[in-house]
Write a new protein. Structure first.
Length: 288
């Protein structure tokens, strides 16, 4: 599942290729891809035709194309979404869902999504409290650690105030955005914290360290082009990321801990998995 670094790789690629391009046609090939748009395929395409893409922005895992009309095309990659720049006249991808052509650019933009958990919708850009324009449906998403206006002290305060297990808090996109299962496990391993530790038991310093580690591991992934566990994830040029070798915890059950050598374990967590070192990240003592 794409997390912040993967989405940022896609955003950068798109910003490079489609900024200032004028949309000529939009074809929706699967209705599920626009299920969050309250209109028909025809009105989706009608609203976009003739508009110029002025910027490609992102908050957490949400990305959007800004349009000359003051609207935005919010794009969520879901589990397997890809946005590809393709030469015209090629055999369409098997899971092509939405195709854009441009009047001042020969290549096409394809939204491809095998599992159709992702999609696009048109949204209004609204003024956020801090004078920044943001799509209406993204305004509840907290700033991510890469945002120049990210406030570490405030994020620490919000994490500690949420009475829950630390991993749940790290995944809560309204507290801090962009951290998914992979980078949460990595940040917890780097900080030697068990995923079930109650947030109320974290010191300010420990919470700040966790967020700093989350940013650090995501920066490393970004520098290498995103993490890929799934051949479905590729960036706009069709190249898959290759960061998986750099992970210390995620997906490494029964492999030795890079710090102490103990074999890592996998716990089930919210219908998914959590990977940790039983020695470096022992279970928190219960307080009953
Ligand atoms: Zn260890």
């Amino acid at each position: 599942m794409p997390e912040l670094p993967e989405v940022e790789v896609v955003r950068r690629g798109l910003a490079k290729w489609v900024t200032n391009k004028k949309i000529e046609t939009v074809s929706v090939l699967h209705p599920r891809a626009i299920r969050n748009f309250p209109g028909t395929k025809k009105s989706f395409s009608g609203q976009l035709t003739g508009q110029k893409i002025t910027a490609v922005n992102r908050r957490g895992k949400y990305m959007w194309l800004e349009l000359s009309s003051g609207q935005a095309v919010v794009t969520h990659l879901g589990m397997s979404g890809q946005v590809l720049i393709q030469k015209p006249g090629q055999e369409p991808e098997k899971h092509l869902r939405i195709r854009f052509t441009f009047s001042n650019y020969k290549n096409e933009m394809h939204f491809v999504d095998q599992r159709t958990f992702g999609g696009m919708h048109i949204d209004e850009l609204i003024q956020a409290t801090d004078n920044e324009l943001i799509p209406r449906t993204v305004r509840h998403i907290a700033r991510d650690p890469f945002d120049p206006a990210f406030d570490l002290a405030q994020a620490v305060e919000k994490l500690r105030a949420k009475k829950t297990e630390i991993k749940r808090a790290l995944l809560d996109q309204t507290l801090v955005s962009g951290i998914g299962n992979i980078y949460a496990d990595e940040a917890l391993w780097r900080s030697s914290v068990h995923w079930a530790t109650p947030t109320s038991r974290l010191t300010e310093a420990k919470a700040a360290q966790l967020l700093t580690h989350a940013k650090e591991v995501m920066s490393e992934a970004l520098a290498q082009g995103g993490t890929s566990f799934d051949s479905l994830y590729v960036d706009v040029n069709g190249q898959s990321g290759y960061f998986e070798r750099g992970l210390n915890a995620y997906g490494r059950e029964d492999e030795p801990c890079d710090r102490c050598g103990r074999l890592l374990v996998r716990d089930s967590f919210m219908n998914r998995s959590s990977f940790r070192c039983p020695k470096c990240q022992p279970k928190p003592r219960t307080t009953k």
